[in-house]
Design a protein around this ligand. Sequence first.
Ligand SMILES: [Zn+2]
Ligand SMILES: [Zn+2]
Length: 274
Amino acid sequence: MPILAFFVTHYVLSIFSQTFFLHRYSAHRMFRMSVGWERFFHLLTWLSQGSSYLQPRAYAILHRMHHAYSDTPKDPHSPRFFGTAFGMMWHTKDVYLDVLGRKVEPEARFEGGYPHWALLDETLNNMYVAVAFGTAYVLFYMHYATSPWQYLLLPVHFLMGPMHGAIVNWGGHKYGYRNFWNKDDSRNTLPFDIVTWGELFQNNHHTFGMAPNFAVRSFEVDPTYQVMKALQAFGIIDMRGAQVMRWRPEDRLAPAASPLALHEANPADAVAAE
Ligand SMILES: [Zn+2]
Ligand SMILES: [Zn+2]
């Protein structure tokens, strides 16, 4: 039972941190929060992603590249150019490490606006800390595992962040339905996205890149947005003035048939750094 609780807690906190803090806050700045709460969620992201922590700067730059160049050769992770999700994520890792290590100079428009905490993002963001987190997972399993097969879950803990990335970036641009005509391959994979907490509404999100609610149809549920509504009610985040997604059946058609095609001013295509 402790193993199941640990696995579910690690999985949920890790994907929540990715979609809420790294994606919607760091990369897109869809909402505001105080410096204190920003530090709280930054720490939560570092703790929950643990051995596969993604630095907000490198995440934001890669993600802004993904929106600007979605499913073109400059996209850091498009399934269009790879035979397997593993191959795609291996390439993503190379781009990520180049940005993280400042071996490449990103386009100026992709820089800025993301949180920075030198202690977590530089000092404690290295291989030794990753191994320490991994060792802690192994020790927990050695103490609480009740059957040998449970150790098969350990690689998921080690690679939680990249695993979620692979599901979203591969599945979300390959499998599912489209609500909106747009220029990339993005799909909505699950109407109730409990697997990645809303990230699999890629087609909705690529069309309305600054809308905090990734769901738009009556049958779609974005779990993270439900949490964000509660955080807003408690005054922890401020989503006032954020973009609101709209949908009509004709939005599935190409612009010639849909004069109001919603590709007009997609703010995510030109992310303005604050
Ligand atoms: Zn995408
Ligand atoms: Zn995005």
